[in-house]
Design a protein around this ligand. Structure first.
Ligand code: NAD
Length: 388
């Protein structure tokens, strides 16, 4: 039985406590909880009376009350708390994003590498979704041929002003380090690089406070160029309703489309590159077959990640996502910001010092305030299969 400490019992941290208590993770027991807010500690004390309760993550880490930690604090602290936990001999499951800037995440990964005996996982729960797993299997298996183009419009992340006002850290440079790219999109940016690889170049446009009274970006359009020559577009916002979530990946052998959790494949009879060279008609496309792709239907989300983490510690079973992979999606996120801030096309890996310097400048005038004890009621929002 894995003795787990949860650091941060806010929206997602409390839903992790609840999923363990609901029996979704039979090999995990919550033995410690830490939160800076008195109200959250009171909640934890009532919910898990047998657990040790702390006001600070560092106290929990040093306490010896658990063998592993799940870090569910605001993002800036993910790398520091993870590194601290490794140094205390604890396994780490870190919430997304891995951190706010890649320089900081490199240090976290180096701390993990100093402790190969410890398991390091990242909470990329969307990787458990059968449609994305199937897409990866088909792409890696060569079924769509060479990728030519991808586009992801993910504009169903609607958030109100109330949401942004619910936490002093939210949507501020100093408290969160960004907006929709850092909070809602880490899953999609991770999946994008998981499925298509990291682009080599990015040119992006970020609108800050376009739809909400916030200082960070809430509307983003990015153009991507991949090393193999494929191009891509990534569009996101928290301001559209009802919004769209459509991922389309075109290859030389056909087109995969994921929308509304349905995956379709337009399979070409002949590879388009060969057809283009050999067809003796000017307008004719290669014939194709429209297939609704069958998947295994499994979509275990957070429980799946947590159960795999426990099994990795117990028996070396594979993780859903190794913690060290968190840097890839963040590299893309930082590249999008950097391009938008400088107006330039950015090559990856980015100039990490420059990104950090520009972020630090923004933090100096940030609206970030001290945390209050206010708790937003998000009951149910993080438990569903639709959690993003
Ligand atoms: N995987 C997912 O589906 C998912 C969903 C939501 C949030 N998240 C991630 O989880 C993190 C937390 O988000 P949230 O919405 O739960 O935020 P939140 O503000 O609701 O909760 C964070 C909690 O951490 C506590 N905290 C901060 N620093 C601490 C410290 N050093 N020690 C102990 N407690 C501390 C705060 O008091 C607060 O209660 C974010 O990084 C977010 O991106 C992931």
């Amino acid at each position: 039985m894995l003795k787990l400490g949860i650091i941060g019992a806010g929206n997602i941290g409390s839903s992790h406590v609840n999923r363990v208590l609901a029996g979704e993770c039979p090999n995990v027991t919550v033995t410690a909880v830490a939160d800076r807010k008195e109200s959250r500690r009171a909640w934890a004390k009532e919910r898990v009376p047998e657990a040790a309760i702390f006001a600070e993550g560092s106290e929990l880490i040093a306490s010896g009350a658990c063998d592993a930690v799940l870090i569910a604090t605001p993002h800036y602290q993910h790398p520091t708390l993870s590194a601290e936990a490794f140094e205390h001999g604890l396994h780490v499951l870190c919430e997304k994003p891995a951190g706010v800037y890649t320089l900081q995440v490199r240090e976290m990964n180096a701390a993990a590498d100093r402790h190969p005996e410890l398991v390091f996982g990242m909470m990329f729960n969307q990787r458990t979704n059968c449609v994305y797993r199937k897409m990866k299997e088909m792409i890696d298996g060569g079924e769509i041929g060479q990728i030519k183009r991808m586009s992801w419009i993910v504009t169903d992340w609607y958030r109100t002003q109330y949401y942004y006002d619910s936490g002093a850290w939210r949507a501020t440079w100093a408290g969160e380090g960004g907006g929709v790219l850092l909070n809602q999109c880490p899953h999609q940016l991770d999946l994008l690089q998981w499925l298509c690889g990291l682009p080599a170049k990015v040119h992006a446009f970020c609108h800050e406070g376009k739809w909400h009274d916030v200082e960070v970006e809430d509307d983003v359009t990015a153009y991507l160029e991949f090393p193999g020559g494929a191009t891509g577009v990534f569009i996101t916002t928290t301001g559209d309703a009802p919004g769209t979530n459509r991922l389309e990946i075109s290859g030389t052998k056909g087109k995969l489309v994921c929308e509304g959790n349905v995956l379709t494949f337009d399979k070409l009879e002949v590879d388009e590159r060969e057809w283009c060279r050999t067809c003796q008609e000017g307008f004719r496309k290669p014939d194709s077959q429209h297939i609704v792709v069958e998947t295994d239907g499994q979509n275990q989300q957070h429980s799946g990640v947590l159960n795999a983490f426990a099994a990795a510690i117990e028996s070396g079973a594979p993780l859903v996502a190794d913690g060290r992979e968190g840097i890839h999606g963040l590299m893309l996120s930082n590249a999008i910001h950097l391009s938008a801030w400088t107006g330039e096309t950015v090559t990856l890996p980015i100039d990490e010092e420059k990104f950090h310097a520009l972020l630090t400048e923004r933090c100096k005038t940030s609206r970030h305030k001290e945390e209050t004890d206010v708790v937003m009621d998000t009951s149910g929002s993080y438990g569903s299969k639709e959690t993003k």
